[in-house]
Design a binder for this molecule. Sequence first.
Ligand SMILES: Cc1cc2nc3c(=O)[nH]c(=O)nc-3n(C[C@H](O)[C@H](O)[C@H](O)COP(=O)(O)OP(=O)(O)OC[C@H]3O[C@@H](n4cnc5c(N)ncnc54)[C@H](O)[C@@H]3O)c2cc1C
Length: 438
Amino acid sequence: MQHSLQSDVIVVGSGPGGATVARELARAGKKVLLLERGQDHRPRSYYGTYLGALLYSDRGSLLFTEEGLNIIRPLMVGGATSMYCGCAAPPPTWFKAKYGVDINTEVSETIEELEIEALPVELRGKASTHIAQAAQALGYNWEPQLKFMKPARAEKFDCGAKCMLGCRCHAKWSAAEYVDQAVAAGCDLRTGARVDRVKIEAGHIVGVEGDLNGEPFTARAGNVILSAGGIGTPRILQASDSSLLQGAGDGMTMDITVMVYGTITGLGNGKEPPMTWSWENPEEGYMLSTLIDPWLLYPLINSLKGLRYALTWPRWKNTLGVMIKLKDDVSGGVFSNGRISKPMTDRDRPRMRGAEEVSRRILIEAGANPETIFTTPLRGTHPSGTVRVGTLVDENLQTEIQGLYVCDASVFPEALARPTVLTIIGLSKRLAKHILQH
Ligand SMILES: Cc1cc2nc3c(=O)[nH]c(=O)nc-3n(C[C@H](O)[C@H](O)[C@H](O)COP(=O)(O)OP(=O)(O)OC[C@H]3O[C@@H](n4cnc5c(N)ncnc54)[C@H](O)[C@@H]3O)c2cc1C
């Protein structure tokens, strides 16, 4: 049976991009249909466990680029904020200066609304603070990291590396809360709704089509906002019948990430909230922070580098971890045959090596045994830059198809090399205002 739905606005994907714009438009009285391919796993007993992470991330967290970079891609209500570290960072200044995208008002509103701030000093973790102090002693100005986290919301604040599997103590905000608020304002949320392509008539968007819990469906609306994330959105555009949308997925940014680990007796940041301190190096284009993989993922990820690294597992509790996020060049892409490629460029490699050297010096200053220091395999948690502002969408996030917008990490024109979510929320609030005015 073919389902047929109708709305003023269709939003595809319920991560921070889709959830925010759906909430804003529903609250303003628009009839909004929010289509999410995943389910709402929050009420399930496995939410926030290793089993859960297998169930709700793409290919059980075993999604790799053809170069072997591991991508974590949660597919559920709330999108990747279901498994994020809860860090917040204002948009980079170049977004406004270079691309004319000014979201400062919307970002300030969000900081106030969600009470975004650093964790109090006593909750930042002894080992994490020790790493930050070692970095400061070397002249790197590490600062407390802003968080989408309110310990007071938790009955018992119980945050550690495991929170990347999903927050069970309720301290961390996720975009699923905006989805709840959108639904409370009248938004029609459909889960298990995978959009395959957009439908265009006479140069104007008319709707989408795809699969709704195993049955084909179509939905019609005068405005469609694609927020299916840095991988999902270009795939929908590639499958759609318009030459104006070709080029989606050609090139990608990822904020390529590694962790540098070192062992020290009696101290480790695995049981502490992730990323409580951080530092940016804008000249070289990278960010450092305090982070270590959750206990069970540690040997799995390190086995990709070699057995001897996986066998450092018993030292997990006594490991200090520094995370590197690189401002990687636009390279590779997401292709219509399912291929994902993200090669490091000749500019990326020496900058990553420089960041590794700085991390190593910090760990040694913190007292880690130099013999134990190693870097984890490459991974990516910020697939982005696949439908870039200035290339496929204008500064109002509209494609060349009237009424078809993209609002998610895909639109970043360059790698952010910093937490993305606050920027995405700012973009979504601004897009909602734009749609309401036109
Ligand atoms: C482990 C991890 C830690 C992170 N930590 C941080 C952090 O601390 N701070 C920060 O700012 N960022 C962090 N990030 C990154 C951040 O979560 C993402 O960049 C952000 O959520 C991207 O938002 P989005 O709206 O672009 O897409 P997503 O959050 O990816 O949401 C896209 C949604 O669309 C749905 N979808 C996909 N395809 C379709 C389709 N065809 N039809 C219907 N629905 C579809 C997906 O199921 C998903 O729910 C982290 C990410 C990970 C994985």
